[in-house]
Design a protein around this ligand. Sequence first.
Ligand code: SF4
Length: 739
Amino acid sequence: MNTEFGGWAGYVLRVDLTNNIIKKESTNKYHNYIGGMGIGYKVLWDNHKDGIKATDEGNRLIISAGPLSGSGAICSARTTITSRSPVIRQHLITDGHFGGHFSPELKYAGYDAIIIEGKSPTPVWLKIIDDEVTLEPADTIWGKGMFDTFAAVAKMMGQQAQVAAIGPAGENLVSQSTIQTQGGHSAGGHGAVLGSKQLKAIGVIGSGVVNVVANNEQLRKLDDHILGIIGANNQGVVPHQPQTWAEYSSSISRWRGGPGVKWGAADNPVDVGETPWNDRQKVGMRTSMAEMYFGREEANKIFKRPSGCHSCPIRCFCEVKNPKMKTEYKLPTDNISNTCMGFLDPWYVMGLPGNSEKRTDIQTVGAYHMDNYGVWSAYGQLSHIMREFITRDFWKELLPAQEFAAINWQQQKDLDAHFMEDFYTRLAFGLQYNGSNILGRFLGKGVHEFINEEGELYNIQDVLNGVETPRMAKLSFNLESDAAYGLLGKTYSVFLDKGVKVFNRSMVGGTHHASETAGQVGALLNTVFNRDPQCHSHINLVNCGLPYGKISEVADKMWGAGAFDPVKHYKPMNIAKAKFAKWCLVKNVLHDSLTLCNWMFPLIVSPDAKKDYQGDSSIESQMFSLVTGIQTSEQELDDKAEGILQLHRALSVLQMQEMDQRNQHDVLTEWVYDLDPDKVFGDEGTIKMGREDMQLGLDLFYAEMGWDRETGTPTRATLEKFKLGYVADKLESLGLLPA
Ligand code: SF4
């Protein structure tokens, strides 16, 4: 171990694929950046190259763990992946994250991060067994699906191996592709980066430990405290349905486990029954998410058990068994484990049908193909466009006639899950697909490649054929519902179409926990990052299930009066909301650096009525102090995280070569303001935002962040406050620092 502190493993691996050189470097220089995402940003800043694309040899990709990962700290096993992403406009920096067991194993092998550079001349995989780190030929696994790749690497290394890999989508340089690890855990947006480097997989086995400075008694005390305030996934702290022990229940809570919920496909079926908050034996039964994705009746038939990440008692994944996957859809398995987009994206593609056996087939078969091919959908970007363009009858115009005729549209219409195989095969194989595949190549690239400044589509075949001045696509708004917006007959734009849910001009991805759940707070969060920030800090409060008054009390205490509005009933912007938004992002960055699950933390509410449902926002610093031995207050740790957030903003400025983030980056799409024409911003029942109010939001948020009001770029004083004077120097030398 190369560190006087606990937590960090002590070394970072630098893997130069071009020259087959692997070096160990000390982690110490990254301590100020905590770990995970912080290491990723620091490496990319230090090695910045102007104007490169995500799939260029000069791009780097960093896979990193944080100081808590592998320590046994509750919910601490996330892995962060940082790189430029091909699915984002200008291929700006993004982060993806997966759970599972990979980052703890990496720490046990002695490493906090892997920096991947260059490009291998032939396909390889990286084998890490403690100090033995080698690049191995990948000719036997290149071309294989994700599941076979995991199995093959584990066979070569041993069953203990934790494996991160790409599927055919990453190999084929599909922008919408994942890096995944076993158990359905996937990180989006960077599969093609590994594909471009010809790195198929990383297998790791570690025989070491993570040094924890605190003694067992101290750790147990903290665990007890956490288990007294932790809820279900997304910090749902009251049950979804009434239970005898609970004062409240709420339909938005993810505390799904309760009477009537069954793990019906388990070898010995389980009836979950009541799940009292203080029954520690049932913490892992609370979340029981299957019914959220499949409905009670279907879930009770197919749900085997919850699953999830190393050191997590919550288990937000669903392992399900659908025998028809084998019998009717001829897949090699009838089991699938996933949560969230793996189950949702196929459902979106097929037009959001109601709960039924057909929906179950669509979701299980779709999740299998998505995961096996390593296809990503940026919070539904793929599927929203697919579905909306079917509704609008656009594909006939966009695709060659022969290709249009070859696609079995009737299957989609009939909700036939056989459609899933061809759909995800088109996406994953791009040019390699056997036949014309404009549809897959278009959706797989990410829509930003195909639109002008107004969000109008170019002729997608021209773009794919590399025509220098592509024609515009001949698409216009054509639905009856467009008339209410005054759009009927006007040139089609993804920025005006609420159906495709592009929330922010920069990220060009599906709306995610933005104004639809937290008004201006959600909208502000979704302007700062280059993809959606994958932020649940606000959701873990907004969706906790407590009544509005209780949530409001907590929010007022934390950020000031008026920080929190009921969902879809938003009052005008104020300083408390700006503070709330900043707090959410700081905690989010903290979690992705520690690496702690932001689908659970921060825990600012609890299920304990005797505590008046109060949580504790300082858990993270308590964990950090006990594990590392560095006594750190909540504020001190938040300051470190804020420094990382400032570095992220500076990286966006640098990569865009653009100081005017306000007008070139932090811009919401038009539909967000124009939605629900019969309502005005602030009316009950709408998520629409107000144009002037949003500008005020940016003013107040920038002031909280110490960013220049006019441009939204961090000032020198702000950067220096966070020990980022070297960042200010570089931006200034390039004319990118506000005066
Ligand atoms: S809540 Fe879900 S994603 Fe988070 S650590 Fe637990 S299993 Fe993993």
